[in-house]
Design a protein around this ligand. Structure first.
Ligand code: DAT
Ligand code: MG
Length: 138
């Protein structure tokens, strides 16, 4: 797990609320290193690939639509066990139940049904990290 890489996305709600700096600062404070960074409004094609594991689920369309609604910040982040470590920093999927001290727990809002607005994405395995980094950084 040494020198692992993960993909972190600051989602459109995080960028719009001006939380990019705080989110990246938490990553750096933990000792992880940002080795690539870009801001872009992703295409639908990228998002369908990125979220292919969720295709067919009821939240898939709202998720893809939301993620393409504005600029996101994509980061390649490296460090020991960074995949698990960033998931831990991000907190549980739903901001309401995400623990205080986590990104979603401290900064995330409860937007009702719009669970997709939870500030960040982080890869969940080495395999998805490699796949997702290819989509966002080529
Ligand atoms: P995570 O982002 O914590 O890895 P996930 O991969 O299960 O969560 O889902 C991807 C995104 O889809 C998630 O960040 C928010 C949205 N989502 C997940 N479950 C949902 C649900 N039950 N209803 C609405 N949106 C959901
Ligand atoms: Mg996921």
């Amino acid at each position: 797990h040494n020198h692992e890489e993960t993909l972190v996305l600051v989602k459109p709600d995080g960028v719009e609320r001006g939380l990019t700096g705080q989110i990246l600062a938490r990553i750096e404070a933990k000792g992880y290193v940002i080795t690539e960074l870009r801001m872009l409004t992703p295409t639908r094609e990228m998002l369908v690939k990125h979220y292919e594991e969720h295709e067919g689920k009821p939240f898939f369309e709202p998720l893809v639509e939301f993620m393409g609604s504005g600029p996101v910040v994509a980061a390649r982040v490296t460090g020991n066990r960074v995949i698990e470590g960033f998931r831990s920093l991000a907190g549980a999927t739903e901001p309401t139940t995400a623990a205080p001290g986590t990104i979603r727990g401290d900064l995330g809002r409860d937007w009702g049904e719009q669970v997709q607005k939870n500030l960040v994405h982080g890869s969940d395995s080495t395999l998805s990290a490699e796949r997702e980094l290819g989509i966002w950084f080529g």
